[in-house]
Design a protein around this ligand. Structure first.
Ligand SMILES: Cc1cc2nc3c(=O)[nH]c(=O)nc-3n(C[C@H](O)[C@H](O)[C@H](O)COP(=O)(O)OP(=O)(O)OC[C@H]3O[C@@H](n4cnc5c(N)ncnc54)[C@H](O)[C@@H]3O)c2cc1C
Length: 450
């Protein structure tokens, strides 16, 4: 099959790398590509931020055309589909039948394969864990082009290496996922304001059992006694009775909203410290403590309503720094990270804090019990050195960074953060002894020796 030479990037638009892209429409084509290629990585919808789905000067397999729905059991809610299906397509299929995704990241423009390969978490991690908790089986195309059925019971070692394995064990072709029954397409959302870090942590604790979803927007430029100023957004799927009578007539059909678009790259001054400070002030004061009913798009995917929002950062691109730090010293670590950011003169337009629940079984899964902080930071001069300072705080506190967001992590830091890495490499070596599945990230992090 022919390939196209394309410059590709993740959502943060750093780095940009050229690779030979293959775009199979059938499993048989995927098999031929897999057999011919010496060095390839799957590429879903490119919503990982850095180089996880990139493969400089080598091959990538675009999976988006492998997207058939194969079966759905309306009683159990188990859906089986190809891995190139996007979460948006699953919602469009399942919502009218009274089902929703059991776990969803903050965008629905990711493939199910990409979501499983990163073992994504959502706003319900503290209650439901990662997406892998709902995957009963998957089909993996391994380096020899053969298909391996993997589940927690069958080929379970390969299953737990593939979950969170960032495409390095093979191409996930088919996935069975148990969806969540719901009564409406809406959520009952409560906002609570916290004037500082202690208050937001106390709110996370007191609401751990009361709401399925929780996440806090945090003002990363607040300083002194206001550090950690935030708005907590608690949510639960709304029941029919929660809806106004007009909406009760078609509870699974929220009104379609017009999408906005960022048509060009913004100049770099557009997201300056000043503009972020003004936005943050407005955001905090605009949100009153209240409970209201909104549709799933507004709660789960507010940024999806703006096409190409990553252009806000201009041509230079941006990174998302997401770390998790265990509860033991989590509060001090988050305080240090926010202080470091505030004193650096950098600003994060989007800063999110969340409490995680139990660790899952994926060998390279990111979440652990503790606090996770995600910061969008423009790619300016000196960024890499600054990130190393943040990494040091994370390491001192036994935390880790998320592979799906990473662009710059150093390999020694990575192996310290992921204690199950040797087990992962062992399994990879067994099923892919020639390291056919490689990414730029895997080489940078030393998962593959280059
Ligand atoms: C706005 C935004 C919000 C986000 N919010 C969250 C969040 O709340 N929680 C969270 O956990 N993540 C979040 N993410 C990250 C995102 O969910 C992950 O990066 C996800 O992996 C992206 O899926 P994708 O289809 O775009 O995959 P890509 O970015 O194309 O690839 C990601 C990885 O998956 C591998 N992969 C893709 N398809 C397959 C396949 N078929 N078989 C094997 N491996 C495959 C790739 O090789 C690569 O290593 C967010 C990203 C954005 C842009």
């Amino acid at each position: 099959m022919n390939s196209l030479e394309l410059a590709q990037h993740g959502w943060g638009r750093v780095p940009v790398e050229v690779s030979h892209c293959y775009r199979p429409e059938k499993i048989q084509q995927a098999k031929s590509i897999c057999l011919e290629s010496k060095n390839i990585i799957p590429f879903g919808l490119g919503r990982s931020y850095g180089d996880a789905a990139l493969n400089l000067d080598c091959d990538t397999m675009l999976t988006r055309r492998l997207k058939r729905f194969l079966s759905f059991d309306p009683t159990s809610g188990v859906l089986t589909c190809e891995a190139g299906v996007s979460l948006e397509e699953i919602i469009n299929f399942a919502l009218p039948k009274g089902y929703f995704l059991p776990v969803t990241p903050g965008t629905k423009f990711v493939t199910l394969g990409g979501a499983v390969a990163a073992d994504v978490h959502g706003k319900n991690h503290h209650q439901d864990g990662c997406i892998s908790n709902f995957i009963s089986e998957l089909e993996l195309m391994t380096a020899d082009g053969e298909i391996m059925i993997c589940s927690p019971e069958e080929n379970s070692e390969v299953f737990w290496a593939t979950i969170s394995g960032m495409g390095l064990t093979g191409i996930i072709l088919r996935i069975s996922i148990k969806l969540l029954p719901i009564e409406t397409a809406y959520l009952r959302v409560t906002h609570k304001k916290a004037s500082d870090l202690d208050t937001i942590l106390a709110l996370f604790e007191s609401h751990a059992d009361t709401h399925r979803y929780s996440v806090a927007w945090i003002d990363c430029l607040a300083s002194g006694k206001n550090i950690g100023r935030s708005v907590l957004m608690l949510g639960d799927h709304a029941e029919l009775n929660d809806l106004k009578s007009q909406l009760q007539k078609s509870p699974f059909k929220p009104r379609l909203k017009r999408k906005k678009n960022i048509p060009f790259n913004f100049p770099s001054f557009a997201l300056s410290k000043l503009s972020v400070k003004a936005f943050n002030k407005l955001f905090y004061w605009k949100h009153s403590e209240s409970t209201h009913v909104i549709d799933y798009d507004q709660y789960f995917y507010p940024l999806d309503s703006i096409n190409n929002w990553n252009r806000m950062y201009g041509k230079r691109g941006f990174i998302q720094y997401q770390c998790v730090v265990p509860w033991k010293t989590g509060a001090q670590a988050i305080q240090k990270l926010l202080e470091k950011l505030a004193s650096s003169g950098r600003a994060s337009f989007l800063a999110v804090l969340k409490a995680f629940g139990d660790q899952g079984s994926g060998l390279l899964s990111f979440p652990m019990p503790g606090l996770t902080l995600a910061l969008d930071i423009p790619n300016d001069k000196g960024l890499q050195e600054f990130l190393i300072e943040l990494d040091e705080i994370v390491l001192e506190n036994d935390g880790r960074l998320y592979l799906a967001k990473d662009s710059f992590m150093r390999k020694d830091d990575f192996s310290q953060m992921y204690p199950k890495l040797p087990e992962f490499i062992d399994i990879k070596n067994r099923i892919d002894p020639l390291n056919k599945f490689q990414s730029s990230q895997a080489r940078r992090l030393g998962i593959i020796k280059s």
